[in-house]
Design a binder for this molecule. Structure first.
Ligand code: CAA
Ligand code: FAD
Length: 385
């Protein structure tokens, strides 16, 4: 048999980790998820437990405190956690695919020892700080400055929408050093919480993923040693783009999880709720909704796994990751909305979970590049090849 044959089989290890994530979501995330959402409460205890399970540094090498797993395992864990609690899973996603991955692949040995080890083991968490009030989709328009002062930088500016904004201890901050060089003058710096001049803004009051803490960050003459720069001078924008390409696979998996969580709830509900003398799943209108949901989720899962597989196999994954995120986030929004519909009035109240999944689904079409930005990435890729 050819070594290159197509193989949809998951390894024993991959199946075990998926099972562990599913159990964890059911026993540790599900209780209290409604309350955390309502109160916008950060899942502190749950994050500690996820750290113990190795979920915060899944793809990082054990040498630097991680679990040394592949991207396929990572997306399966993301899917399982997101079925229940997308606020918890975004914390996992940012720490794994943006912060740890970025440091492991582009950081110096000293940076890895000092920062990556505690981040990957989950002793602390990190944040990835690209967006600004005037630089969201248009990410090269960075206004935050990092002035070169010889052995250190002086950072000034504001970041907004930062996930793990208050809970993090380490922040990867993108800032402009040489404005005349445009994106080629941008740097990525490691900034620690507590560095003088670094302030955390108020928490955002959000539609969804309300358990995660989203904050703006303010930098007033923050002195950052040069050894905290990631990569060569001017590598910051490339760093952000390369890191986000993998991050988008994690968010695609989050969207997939939200969709499959909503679908499973709707399917079960349709088998017990009766109208006109029969379970509602016996009405073809409902059964066909379930058929569409199942088909679209399966298609999204194939795109997500293919993008993860590309990353694990050294293939380019800019295109496959963008397609996975674009499609899975649409499926999350559509599926969660239909799941509310299948629940009727019950879908509109908190106890049945689907209204939260519908609110959580929306963010997957916005962060780590909006759907419109994914289409820019996809169209550029297909037109240039
Ligand atoms: N890998 C490597 N380099 C890349 C790249 C990639 N995937 N994508 C772009 N680049 C490089 C380009 O090659 C170019 O460099 P050179 O000139 O040296 O070739 C440079 O980046 C600029 O690229 P473009 O000319 O294509 O820039 P653009 O202004 O047209 O913008 C964009 C490109 C794709 C729209 C980009 O701005 C973008 O991704 N915007 C969305 C920002 C985003 O995703 N933010 C997410 C924030 S993090 C977050 O949201 C986390 C969370 O919620 C949990
Ligand atoms: P804008 O860029 O102003 O876009 C507004 C609209 O215009 C969108 O529909 C967009 O798709 C569209 N648009 C813009 N340009 C184009 C174009 N060229 N073609 C077609 N349509 C276009 N950022 C971080 O750096 N780190 C984080 O941890 C982080 N976490 C986040 C958490 C939450 C809860 C939220 C809400 C955001 C987070 N973000 C984070 C920011 C997020 O990545 C940005 O919100 C996103 O990239 C969009 O930027 P924007 O909000 O400025 O929208």
């Amino acid at each position: 048999i050819s070594q290159n044959r197509m193989d949809f089989k998951l390894s024993e290890e991959q199946l075990l980790i998926k099972e562990a994530a599913r159990d964890f979501a059911k026993t540790e995330l599900l209780p209290g998820v409604i309350e955390r959402d309502e109160k916008q409460e950060f899942p502190t205890e749950q994050v500690k437990k996820m750290a113990e399970l190795g979920f915060l540094g899944m793809m990082t090498s054990p040498e630097y405190g991680g679990s040394g797993m592949d991207t396929v395992s990572y997306v399966m864990v993301m899917e399982e956690l997101s079925k229940v609690d997308a606020s918890a899973s975004v914390i996992v996603s940012v720490n794994n695919s943006l912060v740890c991955w970025g440091l492991e692949n582009f950081g110096t040995e000293e940076q890895k020892k000092k920062y990556l080890k505690p981040l990957a083991s989950g002793e602390i968490t990190g944040a990835f700080c690209l967006s600004e009030p005037e630089a969201g989709s248009d990410a090269t328009s960075q206004k935050t400055t990092a002035l070169d002062k010889g052995d250190h930088y002086i950072v000034n500016g504001t970041k907004n929408w930062i996930t793990n904004g208050n809970s993090a201890a380490v922040y990867l901050v993108i800032a402009q050093t040489h404005p005349e060089k445009k994106h080629k003058g941008i740097n990525a710096l490691i900034i620690e919480k507590g560095m003088p001049g670094f302030e955390i803004g108020p928490k955002e009051n959000k539609l969804g993923i309300r358990g995660s803490d989203t904050h703006s960050l303010i930098f007033n003459d923050v002195k950052v040693p040069k050894e905290n720069r990631i990569g060569e001078d001017g590598f910051g924008f490339k760093f952000a783009m390369k890191t986000l390409a993998g991050g988008r696979i994690g968010i695609a998996a989050q969207a997939l999880g939200i969709a499959s969580g909503a679908y499973e709830l709707a399917k079960e509900y349709s088998k017990v709720r009766k109208s006109f003398g029969t379970e509602i799943c016996n009405h073809q209108a409902i059964a066909f909704k379930l058929a569409d949901m199942h088909t679209q989720i399966e298609a999204a899962r194939h795109l997500v796994l293919k993008a993860a597989w590309d990353k694990d196999n050294g293939n380019d994954y800019d295109l496959s990751g963008a397609m996975a995120k674009l499609y899975a986030s649409q499926v999350a929004m559509d599926t969660a909305t239909e799941a509310v519909q299948i629940h009727g009035g019950n879908g509109f109240v908190k106890e049945y979970h689907v209204e939260r999944l519908m609110r959580d689904a929306k963010i997957t079409q916005i962060y780590e590049g909006t759907s419109e930005i994914q289409k820019i990435v996809i169209s550029r890729s297909i037109l240039n090849n």
